[in-house]
Design a protein around this ligand. Structure first.
Ligand code: SF4
Length: 491
């Protein structure tokens, strides 16, 4: 194993970046300061990937870890070589370098004089771009003289339901991708040579395109997309239109989009945006509101979805509620009363959350939510795990009304909603005082991240701060729903 040559050096992740877009690799190497910060979703994904990796090690117990932290790359490679020479059967995070490419292999397993290579992913299926990830590892290992017999992808089995300790053999699906990985070997040297030649030149002239978001969202988008205005062809909602084809034809601004290429909703988005128009259909709104009778509850759950099921009876990535906010109006004209729940991180919160919620929602109440499919699913899954409460939880779900409906149908539409009917688009337009600006937590991903952080820290002041931020955010959603209803009633 040769030490990396600094100028030509690439890692597995840089190679994958280069496959997606040469410019991205170039900027990463020469102007990394242009990269945007990782989103909370991405950070959560990294953390989850690490945890999944640790569980995947249990598929091949008794191995030796070659840690990344605390060792230089050369030290990691030396340690890997040491373990191989010593006859170690399983190595986790093994480090190799060949042709100035450095890779860390999640798991390598000795198998009758050969080695099997395992790449662990926290996704629930195999995606084609993973093949390149494994192919470059296979290339480097083979170049180092490691005889690789099989290459596998290990991913999460989302039909596995936890019952007691995690059973790694059931949690994971192991898929043999040796054939496709071998097919890719011949093209790798040319691809590496192209990337290295490109890195020696000026920044490549590559325009934005679908490659900016596929297979990964590029972290240079804020830099490369500067010429794209907010009301661009990419802000058009809905299907049936090739935004990239329009862009290639020079159509960037919404106002330049040919209207005859759009469906009705898209045309409305463009026309309303150009004329700064809004619209409300009082008859349709009244008809919708006829269904809303007291007592009225406004409900919003916050959930987390972990790759490793944390509690018995849950699956990977199941949305487990840890918080809710409920505003309740017992009779028309009354001010809403507020109820809320935020679980202590750690123990299974489902029973407590369900019991408290059922104690606060009167029988037969009209439960208003925004995007009903999500809340219904949370209630149904709560009911599946709590048979004694199932009937009542299902009754709450049955009594739900989706406040999103009139916005989805465009019974009410304002050009500033920009074609979207999400609560984050609708609320600031119709109830401007209900802004999410200034809130420390402003979306569901940040909320679940904050909840997990609460489980990892012990500083009381920090815990109080996060708890307050979570409660404020969730409360904002249901208070917003109650204000939205008021607004609709006034139309
Ligand atoms: S934003 Fe698009 S064009 Fe720019 S570097 Fe990333 S992938 Fe390439």
């Amino acid at each position: 194993m040769s030490p990396p040559n600094k100028t030509a050096y690439l890692s597995k992740s840089l190679y994958i970046r280069g496959l997606q877009c040469h410019k991205s690799l170039y900027l990463d190497r020469h102007q990394p300061e242009l990269r945007c910060e990782a989103t909370p979703e991405l950070e959560a994904l990294w953390a989850s990937g690490h945890e999944v990796g640790v569980y995947a090690h249990m598929l091949f117990p008794g191995g030796v870890v070659v840690p990344f932290d605390g060792l230089t790359k050369n030290e990691q490679m030396a340690k890997t070589r040491e373990e191989i020479d010593r006859g170690t059967k399983v190595i986790y995070e093994a480090a190799f370098s060949h042709d100035d490419v450095f890779v860390k292999a999640d798991i390598v397993v000795r198998n009758r004089g050969f080695w099997d290579l395992y790449e662990v992913k926290s996704s629930t299926s195999v995606k084609e771009h993973y093949w390149d990830d494994v192919a470059i590892q296979y290339y480097v290992l083979s170049g180092c003289g490691i005889p690789v017999n099989k290459a596998y992808l290990v991913h999460i089995n989302n039909s596995y339901v936890r019952a007691g300790d995690i059973v790694p053999e059931e949690l994971f699906v192991v898929q043999d991708i040796t054939g496709v990985v071998r097919e890719k070997q011949a093209s790798i040297p040319d691809k590496l040579a192209e990337m290295r030649a490109m890195l020696r030149e000026d920044v490549p002239k590559i325009d934005i395109g679908p490659h900016c978001e596929e297979p990964y969202e590029c972290d240079f988008m804020p830099f490369c997309w500067q010429h794209v205005p907010e009301d661009s062809v990419f802000s058009l909602r809905g299907k049936g239109i090739d935004r990239w084809e329009l862009y290639r034809q020079g159509v960037i601004r919404l106002e330049d989009v040919p209207l005859d290429s759009l469906n009705l909703a898209q045309r409305m988005q463009v026309e309303y945006s150009l004329d700064r128009k809004s619209h409300a259909d009082p008859k349709k709104i009244r008809k919708f509101l006829e269904k809303v009778v007291s007592p009225v509850c406004f409900l919003d759950f916050e959930t987390f979805a972990s790759a490793i099921p944390l509690f018995d009876g849950t699956r990977a990535y199941q949305q487990v509620p840890f918080q809710y906010s409920l505003h309740r109006i017992d009779a028309e004209g009354e001010e809403p009363k507020h109820f809320e729940y935020l679980a202590q991180p750690g123990p299974d919160p489902r029973k407590e959350i369900a019991e408290k919620l059922l104690g606060e929602i009167p029988l037969g109440a009209c439960v208003l939510v925004y995007n009903m499919a999500f809340e219904k699913r949370v209630l149904r899954e709560l009911g599946e795990s709590l048979p004694g409460l199932r009937k009542r939880l299902n009754a709450v779900a049955e009594g739900m009304i989706d406040l999103m409906e009139p916005f989805k149908r465009r019974d009410i539409y304002h050009w500033r909603m920009n074609g979207s009917y999400s609560l984050k688009s609708v609320l600031p337009v119709l109830v401007p005082e209900m802004t999410y600006d200034g809130l420390e937590i402003s979306d569901g991903a940040m909320a679940s991240e904050a909840y997990f952080t609460m489980g990892e820290i012990s500083d009381p002041a920090e815990l109080v701060r996060l708890r307050k931020a979570l409660l404020e955010y969730c409360r904002q959603d249901t208070l917003g729903l109650s204000r939205l209803l008021e607004k609709m009633r006034s139309i």
